[in-house]
Design a protein around this ligand. Sequence first.
Ligand code: PMT
Length: 398
Amino acid sequence: MSSLTNKRILLGVTGGIAAYKSAELVRRLRERGAEVRVVMTEAAQKFMTPLTFQALSGHPVHTDLLDPAAEAAMGHIELARWADRVLVAPASADFMARLASGRGDDLLSTLCLATRAPISLAPAMNQGMWQNPATQANLEPLRRRGIQLLGPGDGSQACGEVGPGRMLEPEALATALAAGFETGLLSGRRVVITAGPTREAIDPVRYLSNHSSGKMGYALAEAAAEAGAEVILISGPTALPAPERVTRIDVISARDMHEASLAQAQPCDLFIAAAAVADYRPQQYLSQKMKKAGETQRELTLVKNPDIVADVAQLFPKPITVGFAAESEQVLEHARAKLERKRLDAIIANDITRDGLGFNSDDNAVVLIDREREQSYEPMSKTQLARALIEQLARYLP
Ligand code: PMT
């Protein structure tokens, strides 16, 4: 079963008898790991109640474009940005006509205009309505805009007629949606990614570490697996579950990560260092817990850790080697200096002073820098960003 782990699916429900199947669809999407938010049109609410979808999705249902309370919680533009994919199921003939002509006269049509996420429609209507030239003519502009049509299926209909116009079954829709995330861009490639913090032990109870949650590196691992790569994720201590289809190697210290990385990078096609590695470790590990004495100051001598990504960049044959730079000032200058010093093919700079971005957040904004150009990625979820970065990094491969 292909996965929708961590994918944010915005499910639009329009008015049609097939709306009852969308309740089951929410369950199928969530079983595959997706987070689902539901938007219902006014007509959809004649067939099903928002309460049903609220209970199944675990989130309030969005119904109104001009509802100040809903806008204060998660506004429609925010919702459009939040989505990794929009699925309208069932998509009625009327909704498809409004979408084809670019209308924004209710919440769902407005979201479809505002979102940058791909849109899929699962049409459901009477067979005569589906075959009507007016409906068929609306398909052309929708397809031209890259909107995906899932179905409709053929068979007996709720109205007693037989023909095309049945909404696809929830399981088939969930499968098609999951397949849409698979790009195949890294098929046959081996990708090694470091993620999370390292811990440098002082004594049996204390260590030096940092605030990395591993979310950025794990999202990259997931995106690389979706792109068809064999993925090895070398992870410092995090609270995250291992992504599906990814081999995770757990490490604690920078030296453990260094050893695992050099072993796994020979050979690999792409090495991405997203981990926040401690640059220094205590010179001496105390095998017994350090005791408090009367002093007000205590000195800790630190020694330098090996530079993992720089050592990978020296391998022969060398993988395409990409680092991250977490900077709090002169972000691009420092990142460019690291690109040169560590002899990387590219570096991804994050400004860690921006609220809600960088360390231990769900979102990030970065600049991808190589020797020829720089590309900025505005704030978005780490899942979306990872997908965009993997698409770009795949182009470096011969
Ligand atoms: O894990 P999250 O909470 O999602 O946060 C993501 C992140 C902010 C940690 C991530 O996006 C990030 O920026 N990671 C690199 C952070 C960092 O420590 O950068 P640095 O400037 O210290 O190191 C530069 C590069 O060298 C990095 O690719 C780092 O992995 C690598 N490095 C550093 C030291 C070392 N001894 N070995 C290394 O390989």
